[in-house]
Design a binder for this molecule. Structure first.
Ligand code: NAD
Length: 487
């Protein structure tokens, strides 16, 4: 039990345990071993977290923005200093290879804390001249916000939500996914070390019912969810009941378009990154790869060659590029999609099986898969698989591919690869997606808004856009003349 935390929850600056809650085993996906056991939050724990957050929020909002920003920036520094330890936890919790977690998880969380710490002192209102009288606006916190996370980027998701929320003067209660509860506890601890008041970020563990209890509590002003579309519908509905603010970061089935003038090796690199990174468990993945018919054969030949040389294995070995899926259930679901792809007539060019890795026989590994001959009506082209399964589709002209790319309920992301910038900009202007990439894929710097349209959600994380999502504007009219009253 190498990763057993001191207690399941972190509330009011301290680890908190209540063993009467439902036990949750934390499994290392590479071996199937239980590395920790925690307990789902009871009503007592949830109340404790809420009361403490209400207190902390009042204290925090009264601090100067410069001081608040300094705390966030200090937390970013501590995260970077502790990156290896945090990455090892994340690798054990998610199964993602250390090669990835060392650069993409806590580091991305630290970027968010640094970015929002930097802009905290600039968050403010405006003055409106009214010819004598004037008005001004104040940008005020919402109060206690709830963050609910998915399991694919646990510490990144917690940081992306906490950093802008705290920058605006809110407190946050974060509920990690029940599959990956460990790293958010560390973030809460780091904020205390950085000088945040006890209770500013409380972490409570649990299944969906704990998320639901937090979402409906009258003390909660806002809910930000990263999760699937069905969960999004439920959380949105219960937040609507209490007229709470919401941000929804949901699923996707994003298109990645490779025009015939693209640098093929670069486009293949982008497509592999956008399908196989984190063993394909990324919401914005470009899982529908539309390749122009003129370059299709060459593209597929090199794609298969490069896929064959991906190193799968021990996630703690930094040379390993692909780890297991997060759980046995997730692998089963993905393998089901591979079967459906074959049954519905797509050609499986490579992968889709279970690799044999010595010493890791009980892990949830899967070989990255590439399907060709995929058509728009096939299940694998329509549903989010959330695993390393790439579908290659052919196209002939620009209008056709844009229409097909947009023909989905989702709208999280999209990518285009072309040497012609006019064509690229025209294409992205027509793509129905919240986040687009030109000649690259899946880069999400803290300064760029990230989020989806249509069923992929709304509201944006990162950048100044996130400040709008965690604050509200108060208008103040200042009368300088006697009241012009008709009475
Ligand atoms: P999920 O929807 O099963 O769970 C997400 C979170 O919601 C978990 O913490 C879960 O406990 C909680 N939850 C479940 N029911 C709830 C309820 N009724 N009320 C409140 N909370 C509830 O998603 P998952 O399987 O953990 O993650 C995978 C999904 O997340 C994929 O669809 C993926 O695309 C999406 N995702 C989106 C983004 C994004 O930024 N758009 C990022 C990562 C993952």
């Amino acid at each position: 039990m190498k990763y057993q935390p001191p207690a399941s929850h972190f509330i009011d600056g301290n680890p908190v345990e209540d063993t009467t809650g439902r036990p949750i085993d934390v499994i290392y996906p590479a071996t199937g071993e239980t590395i920790a056991t925690i307990h789902s939050a009871t009503d007592t724990v949830i109340s404790q977290a809420l009361e403490s957050a209400v207190r902390a929020q009042a204290e925090w909002a009264a601090r100067s923005p410069t001081e608040r920003g300094r705390v966030l920036r200090r937390a970013a520094d501590i995260m970077r200093d502790r990156n290896r330890e945090l990455s090892e936890i994340e690798t054990h919790d998610t199964g993602k290879p250390l090669q990835e977690t060392l650069v993409a998880d806590a580091m991305s969380g630290a970027d968010a804390l640094e970015y929002f710490g930097g802009i905290t002192p600039t968050i403010g209102g405006e003055t409106v001249e009214l010819g004598g009288d004037f008005a001004y606006t104040r940008r005020e916190p919402l109060g206690v916000c709830v963050g609910i996370g998915a399991w694919n980027y646990p510490i990144q998701i917690a940081s992306w939500k906490a950093a802008p929320a705290l920058a605006c003067g809110n407190a946050m209660i974060f509920k990690p996914s029940e599959m990956t509860p460990l790293s958010a506890l560390k973030l809460a601890e780091i904020l205390i070390d950085a000088g945040a008041p006890a209770g500013l970020l409380n972490v409570v563990q649990g299944y969906g019912d704990v998320g639901a209890a937090l979402t409906t509590d009258p003390r909660v002003a806002k809910v930000s969810l990263t999760g699937s579309v069905p969960t999004g519908r439920k959380v949105y509905a219960s937040a609507a009941e209490g007229l709470r603010h919401v941000t929804m970061e949901l699923g996707g089935k994003s298109p990645l378009i490779v025009f015939e003038d693209a640098d093929i090796e670069n486009a293949i690199g982008g497509a592999m990154l956008g399908n196989f990174y984190s063993t394909g468990q990324i919401c914005s993945n470009g899982t529908r790869v539309f390749v122009h018919r003129a370059i299709r054969d060459r593209f597929v030949e090199r794609l298969v060659e490069r896929t064959r040389s991906i190193v799968i294995g021990d996630p703690m070995d930094e040379a390993v590029q692909l780890g297991p899926m997060v759980s046995a259930t997730q692998r089963e679901k993905v393998m089901g999609y591979v079967e459906t792809g074959k049954t519905e007539g797509a050609t499986l060019e490579i992968g889709g099986g279970i690799p044999s890795i010595q010493g890791f026989e009980n892990g949830y590994f899967i070989e990255p898969a590439v399907f060709t001959g995929v058509t728009d009506d096939m299940t694998i082209a329509k549903e989010e698989i959330f695993g390393p399964v790439m579908s290659v589709l052919d196209f002939e002209d620009d209008d056709e591919v844009i229409a097909r790319a947009n023909a989905t309920e989702f709208g999280l992301a999209a990518g285009v690869f072309t040497a012609n910038m006019t064509r690229a900009h025209k294409a992205v202007a027509r793509l129905l997606a919240g986040t687009c990439w030109i000649n690259t894929y899946n880069l999400t710097p803290a300064g760029m808004p990230f989020g989806g349209v249509k069923a992929s959600g709304f509201g944006r994380e990162n950048a100044a856009a996130a400040i709008d999502a965690y604050s509200q504007v108060k208008s103040v009219y200042v009368g300088l003349e006697p009241v012009d009253s008709p009475y």
